[in-house]
Design a protein around this ligand. Structure first.
Ligand SMILES: Cc1cc2nc3c(=O)[nH]c(=O)nc-3n(C[C@H](O)[C@H](O)[C@H](O)COP(=O)(O)O)c2cc1C
Length: 156
């Protein structure tokens, strides 16, 4: 099995930390959305898209990437995010809906609260200090196992 994460983690690197936890026991390559060489999605069984939530949405580059996906590439995908609120059901839904509209099978959705020092939060030294934490990393690893299991069942 080969898995690719395409991430954007521009605020303080929270999403990258979660991506690295997910990748710990899984055959994952992590690529930044900005990286010079564009990966060939056909080389991967599962592609995960993740970023921080900025003004209620995934990074615009991640959304643009999803908008440009062809119907044929990367049928099995999943979505993750980190955010100040940690309300990932709400935050991830637009990207999940977009992927479904591109005929992708979305194997899961993950998110957690994470350190946020944007705007007014900077004045108080940021919120959610210490997040993501060990508990978040464990949940991320368990989530990744469930994604791989779902892939095995779906791709039989
Ligand atoms: C410009 C900006 C806008 C943000 N907007 C939101 C938001 O609308 N909702 C939220 O819950 N968190 C928001 N945050 C907090 C980030 O989602 C959070 O810190 C996230 O973990 C950043 O991920 P990253 O370090 O991987 O970029 C915002 C942060 C920045 C810098």
């Amino acid at each position: 099995m080969k898995i690719l994460f395409i991430i954007s983690s521009t605020h303080v690197g929270n999403t990258r930390k979660i991506a690295e936890a997910m990748a710990k026991n899984a055959p994952v390559t992590i690529a930044e959305i900005d990286s010079a060489s564009e990966p060939d999605l056909r080389d991967y069984d599962i592609v995960g898209l993740g970023s921080g939530i900025y003004f209620g949405k995934h990074d615009a580059k991640i959304i643009e990437f999803a908008e440009n996906l062809s119907d044929k590439s990367a049928p099995y995908m999943f979505v993750f995010s980190t955010s100040g609120t940690g309300n990932f059901d709400k935050n991830n839904k637009p990207l999940i809906d977009l992927l479904k509209s591109k005929n992708k099978i979305v194997l899961g959705s993950f998110g957690c609260k994470a350190f946020d020092k944007f705007g007014p939060f900077k004045l108080v030294g940021g919120i959610n200090k210490g997040r993501p934490n060990e508990d978040d990393y464990n949940k991320a690893r368990i989530f990744m196992e469930s994604v791989m299991q779902k892939y095995k069942e779906a791709a039989k």
